[in-house]
Design a protein around this ligand. Structure first.
Ligand code: SAH
Ligand code: SF4
Ligand code: F3S
Length: 441
């Protein structure tokens, strides 16, 4: 059979992925399983797919509300006989309700059940949403169809915190660390396939080692980082997200002193007000958070810090919001994801209702974001004249090289041969809010 005929008969899967990096990784895992065990090939065109997967997020209400209209759209455009499966966090928490509400859906696969993908596609009407299901030791098939320069590797599943606004513990279940030997093999495999950077994933990466599902020698996140960095050929390590509460000095020192760890870090603040942090059950105060940041900056003055912030949490008053603004002024975050509080089912805070009206909530979000834009411009302008380390990843349509610096800034530079896939240096000549302009040196 020639190649063309073979591809005409090959089953195709289309996957839409919403939400965080964990969902992106789950999509990679599902695709790898479907490719290697069921002979599927990825398509970007839903119309030609035999299988359409929607990998959902439920962290805020809006994307969840869109789910049923999306199912309707796929149902209209899909080819005859094609199946639609709903996966991810909304699948976990709505479960059977999805099948009841939509006849177009063939199966529902919760976020914690990704390893069951190759069996569920053959079970019409199946719902697999068990949040106690343990696939922490499941070794997924390898993925061949994405950029190999950067790899994502899960280090834990689920989350043990109970932040009062957050649905994730309900959709992904309790936290289990993946055994270190599996993680090390995954990183080694990625490096053998050409990766030079790894992004370690978990809802709470620095809680690593608290609970394994089978016997395991004691190991915390700092020790795991040390082990991973011994892998030859691996040049850069990133991770997301650490929790501010578990940022002890040993971890901060490892972060600062390990040359393979990129000097950019995402430290979710959520709120700057002690009253709100307590209501959120985050477990730290503004003072603790700032103390960690100061310690980090003492160790690495140029460190790049990102964060997540929620505004208009129940009982947030203007004075509380100003405390968040105060932290923004001191930390001057390089990246900031900010959201208006969205009440979620199964969370403690949802019982308190919405306390800040929509107009005021939007007003706070805009003030926060506008101030952050100014800070970002100033932060980026300070990079002019510096030299930074960059992993050159692609060539833009305008011919410029593009890559990420080790402190997570997007850098563009006029094309030079032989740099793609290499870690090199750039002299920064100019700056915009969203990227830096430099010259590869
Ligand atoms: N594990 C990470 C966050 C995962 S959820 C942490 O602890 O920080 C990603 C982000 O979504 C959160 O940091 C938070 O800022 C936001 N988020 C979560 N629940 C939310 C809600 N109910 N309303 C608005 N934003 C929310
Ligand atoms: Fe949600 Fe909190 Fe867990 Fe993050 S740490 S996933 S915000 S419960
Ligand atoms: Fe991620 Fe959304 Fe689930 S942020 S963990 S996909 S609810």
């Amino acid at each position: 059979m020639n190649q063309q005929k073979e591809s005409a008969f090959q089953k195709k899967v289309f996957i839409e992925t919403m939400g965080c990096a964990m969902n992106v990784k789950d999509t990679e895992h599902m695709l790898a399983e479907l490719e290697s065990k069921e002979g599927y090939k990825l398509t970007q065109n839903a119309k030609e797919a035999d299988l359409i997967l929607i990998n959902t997020c439920s962290v805020r209400e809006k994307p969840e509300r869109k789910l049923f209209s999306e199912i309707g759209q796929y149902d209209k455009l899909k080819k005859k006989g094609a199946k639609i499966g709903v996966c991810g966090c909304t699948a976990s928490h709505l479960g059977q309700e999805i099948l009841t509400k939509s006849k177009a859906v063939s199966f529902v696969l919760g976020a914690r059940n990704v390893s069951k993908i190759t069996s569920i596609i053959h079970q019409e009407g199946a719902v697999e949403v068990d949040t106690d299901y343990d696939d922490s030791r499941y070794v997924f098939a390898s993925n061949s169809s994405h950029s190999t320069l950067k790899a994502m590797v899960n280090i834990s599943i689920g989350c043990d915190k109970q932040c009062t606004y957050c649905i994730v513990p309900h959709t992904r279940g309790e936290e289990i660390s993946i055994p270190a030997d599996i993680i090390l093999k995954e990183v080694q495999k990625a490096v053998d396939d050409g990766a030079i950077e790894v992004l370690l994933l978990g809802q709470n990466v620095n809680n690593y080692g608290r609970r394994f599902s089978t016997e395991h020698t004691p190991m915390n996140f700092t020790q795991l980082l040390q082990e991973i960095s011994k892998i030859d050929g691996l040049k850069r390590i990133r991770f997301t997200s650490p929790h501010p509460l578990q940022m002890d000095n040993a971890f901060l020192e490892e972060f600062a002193n390990n040359p393979k760890i990129c000097k950019s870090i995402h430290i979710p603040l959520q709120s700057g007000s002690d009253k709100i942090l307590k209501l959120m059950k985050r477990g730290y105060t503004q003072d603790w958070y700032l103390q960690r940041i100061r310690k980090l900056r003492e160790l690495i003055p140029s460190v790049s810090i990102g964060t997540d912030i929620i505004v208009a949490f129940p009982y947030e008053e203007e004075a509380d919001f100003l405390e968040t603004m105060r932290v923004l002024e001191e930390v001057r975050f390089d990246t900031m994801y900010s959201f208006i509080y969205s009440p979620r089912p199964h969370t403690e805070a949802s019982r308190w209702g919405i306390q800040v009206n929509a107009e005021e909530a939007l007003n706070r979000l805009i003030r926060l974001q506008n101030r952050h834009k100014e800070i970002l411009e100033q932060n980026n302008a300070q990079e002019i004249g510096t030299v930074c380390e960059v992993l050159w990843e692609n060539i833009r349509e305008d011919g410029f090289l593009e890559g990420k610096s080790d402190h997570a800034k997007l850098v563009r530079a006029p094309f030079k041969n032989g740099l793609i896939g290499k870690v090199g240096y750039a002299q920064i000549l100019d700056a915009r809010r969203a990227y830096l302009i430099g010259e590869a040196i």
